[in-house]
Design a protein around this ligand. Structure first.
Ligand SMILES: C[S@@+](CC[C@H](N)C(=O)[O-])C[C@H]1O[C@@H](n2cnc3c(N)ncnc32)[C@H](O)[C@@H]1O
Length: 224
């Protein structure tokens, strides 16, 4: 069954990333108490339709968003996967997850499970349960040289056979916003680390300020 992607959320706020729509989060505007808990989002930096076309989510799929921030992508994914699907939205910040849980409750969303979870630690998920794993504008925060292999091994564990891993990163170039250039990761740096665990790049898309790299793993084979 094909699903039309029509899930523009009412805001596209971005704290430290978006050069234009800084601090436009609806929580921020409507509820000062909630403002502190509203995670940042890259959702408004690019056309989410391009992102979700690449994610290729289907009704009934299980989607994992690690470092979910405000949860904009998770909420959009929840509409696509529907009641027969499931979305896991993980973030290391308890405050961010608290804000997302408020959002899910106020919108009556039942198919998103928001949890505090650190990507450098074992994920609270069973083996082979995720169709699409997504990480947006978060990997630059992690020391990939130190933790990269551990992270990709863990993502591989939770991905189903033929599951896909899609990662959005800030381009490794000088920009007047976002992380400093020394923190930014090139597609090649991501690909080379993922390759250590047997992932292969299947696509690379230019999103303007960011890029989206997609990787897959032939799970029936052991890592090289
Ligand atoms: C720049 S925000 C991106 C939010 C969202 N992915 C997006 O692009 O809209 C980075 C998020 O990653 C989370 N984060 C940082 N380190 C993390 C870790 N080790 N494990 C899980 N989440 C982490 C932060 O709390 C923050 O919410």
């Amino acid at each position: 069954m094909s699903t039309q992607i029509n899930c523009h959320l009412p805001w596209s706020g971005l704290f430290s990333l978006n050069p234009v729509k800084k601090n436009q989060c609806s929580h921020h505007l409507n509820n000062k108490g909630a403002a502190r808990r509203c995670g940042s989002s890259s959702y408004g930096m690019h056309d989410p339709k391009i992102v979700f076309r690449e994610l290729n989510l289907k009704v009934g799929d299980c989607f994992l968003d690690v470092g979910c921030g405000s949860g904009d992508y998770a909420l959009c994914a929840s509409k696509i996967v529907g009641d027969s699907g499931l979305v896991y939205a993980f973030d290391v910040s308890p405050m961010v997850i608290e804000g997302l849980l408020d959002r899910l409750t106020s919108q009556g969303v039942r198919n998103v499970k928001a949890r505090v979870s650190d990507i450098t630690c074992p994920l609270p998920l069973e083996d082979n349960c995720i169709d699409v794993c997504f990480i947006a504008t978060m990997l630059h925060i992690i020391d990939l040289a130190k933790n990269g292999e551990k992270i990709f091994t863990e993502l591989l564990r939770v991905l189903k056979t033929n599951g896909q891993l899609s990662i959005i990163n800030c381009k490794k170039e000088e920009q007047p916003f976002g992380p400093p250039i020394h923190m930014r990761l090139s597609p090649t740096e991501v690909e080379n680390t993922a390759k250590l665990c047997g992932f292969k790049k299947t696509n690379l898309i230019d999103l303007g300020y960011n890029y989206l790299i997609t990787l897959k793993h032939p799970k029936n084979k052991t890592p090289p």
